[in-house]
Design a protein around this ligand. Sequence first.
Ligand code: ADP
Ligand code: MG
Length: 558
Amino acid sequence: ISHTEKKEFRAETRKLLDIVAKSIYTDKEVFVRELISNCSDALEKQRYSEIAGKATSGNTGGLFINITTNEKERTLTIFDSGIGMTRDEVTDNLGTIAKSGSQEFMKNLQGGAQVDGQALDSIIGQFGVGFYSTFIVADSVEVFTKSGLEGGAKGVRWVSDGSGDYEVSTVENLDFERGTKIVLKLKPESREFSRESEVEKIVKKFSLFINYPIKLNGQLVNNLQAIWYREKRDVTEDEYERFFEHLGNTKVPYKFKLHYSTDVPLTIKAVFYVPSTHQEKMGMTQETPNLHLYCRKVLIKEGATELLPSYLRFIKGVVDCEDLPLNISRETYQDSALISKLRNVITRRVLKMLEDEIKRDSDRYDNWFETFNHFLKEGLMMDSENKESLLRLMRYSATFKEKGFISLDEYVKKMKAGQQKIYYVTAQTREGAINNPFMEPFKNSEDAPPVLILTNNIDEVCFNQIGEYKGHKFVNIETSYDEISKDLGVQQPSSTDSANSLPEEDVTTFSLWLKSELGSSVGKVSISKRLKDQPAIIFGQMSSSMRMVMQMMEQQQG
Ligand code: ADP
Ligand code: MG
C-alpha cells in the first residue's frame, strides 16, 4: 500500500519576485498606475467603512492622494489617506505574493456592496501582484501605514529590497493619522520616475479619472471626472464639452454625443462623441482612433482599435467595461470572443445614435453627413452585418430635390407607378448630371422616374456591391441603355416612322460605315429612337465615373 502525502508547493520567493517584477509588465511606468490604483482602493474602502459606520473620518483632511518627487534623493513617495493596514494585514497582503486584500474585501461584502444606496463599485485590485511592480524600478520599498479601523492602532513599517525577505516593525510617530505612505528609493537607471514632469505624464495617462484628488508636489493633477460613471442627468453640457476637448485635443465643438450604459450582455459605461470636423482630406491622412478602453476608471488601452470597425475611426470617447477579463498585467485582455461581443454592441449602438440624430434634426444630420459621408460609405463596403442601418444613414442628391439631400426611403416613396428600379446618374456636379445625354428620357415628362445624382465616385462602387435596396435594383442610366429603354417603354426604331427619318437601307449603310470608321473602339453601332436633343451617345459596361476611377487607379499604379 502506497503512502499518500499531501504537500504544499514551496516557492523560492526571490525568484518569484523577480518573475513578477520583470516578466508580467512590459512597461516600467505601470508601477505608478498600480500604486495609485491601490491608493484608490484604500480610499474607497475607507469611504465605504465610514458609510457603514465601521470607521470614522478622523482628523485626516479628507480622502486624497499625495505624490512627491525628489530628484536629488532619487525618491518617489505616494501617500493616501485611505483605510491603511494593521500589522497583520501588512504581513498578509504585502508579505504574500498573489494575495489580494482588496479582492477579499469585496468577497466579504458579497451582496452587501451597497450602503445607503451608495455602491462600492470601483475596487480595482484583484490579482495581488500590482504592488510588486515597484521592484522593477526601486532598490528599496518602504511602506508606512496606519489602519483607520482599529482605534489607536500603532503605525507599521514594512521594508524590502525585493530580494526575498522583508522587515516589519511597529513605529510610534508617523506624520499622518491614517493611511499609507510608500517610499521608493529608485534604481539609478529608473531615476526618471523622480522627475515631476515624467510622473505627471504617467498619472495623467493612466489615472486621470481616479475619484479622489491626486496632488503631485502640491499641485492637483486630476481635474476631470469620469463622467461616464455618472448619471446622464447629473452631467452638465459644460462637462461634456470639457471632456470632449480633452479627448479630441481640440477646441472645435463636437456634433453629437451619446452617454450610454448597460448591464446586458456586458456591463458597459461609455461616452461617445461624433466630431464636427475631421482630418481626412483627399485620402492623405487617416484619423487616429480615439476611443479609449478603461476598466473601472483605469486606462487599459489608448486608442483601442478593436472596439469599433475602422470606418468609425472618427468616433472619440471612452468605453469602460467592468467585466473585462484582464490578464494579470492589466495591459491586455484574455477573451477575444468577449471583445468581439463588446465591439458588436458598441458598433450597433453608435450607428443607432446617428439614426436618432436624424429623427431629432435631419438638417443638422445632413450637414454633418456632407463632411463625413466617406466614412459611412466605406462602412457600406466593409460591414455587411450593419448594411441595413448604414443604408438608412445614407443621403444623396436627387432630380426631384433641387437643394439638399434625400434618403433612399424618400426615393422609394417618389417612385412612379410600375417603377421597379432605382435609377442613378454619376457626375461631378448636379448640373453635369442634369445635362448628361442619358438623362433625356428622365427629364421630359411628369411620369419620368426620379434619378439619384451621385457626385462621389465611391457611390457607384457601393451600389455595384450592394446591388439593391428593399428589392429595388440600382441601375446606372449610362450603362443599361437597352434595359432602360425597355423599362421606360421607349419603342425601337421602325423604318416607317416620320418623313424626315432615313430610309432603312441608308441606316444600314450609315451604321456599317460608322462601325468600319471606329473599328475596334466600339462593339456595335445601332439606331436609337430615344434620343431627341443628342445626335449620338456612347455607352458601355462602365459608366463615365467608373472609367475615371479606373484611370485614376492606373495612374497611381503607373
Ligand atoms: P491587488 O491590488 O490586486 O489586490 P496588490 O499587489 O496591488 O494587489 O496589493 C496587495 C494588497 O495590499 C491589496 O489588495 C491591499 O489589501 C493591500 N494594499 C496595497 N496598497 C495599499 C494601500 N495603499 N493601502 C491599503 N492597503 C493596501
Ligand atoms: Mg493593486
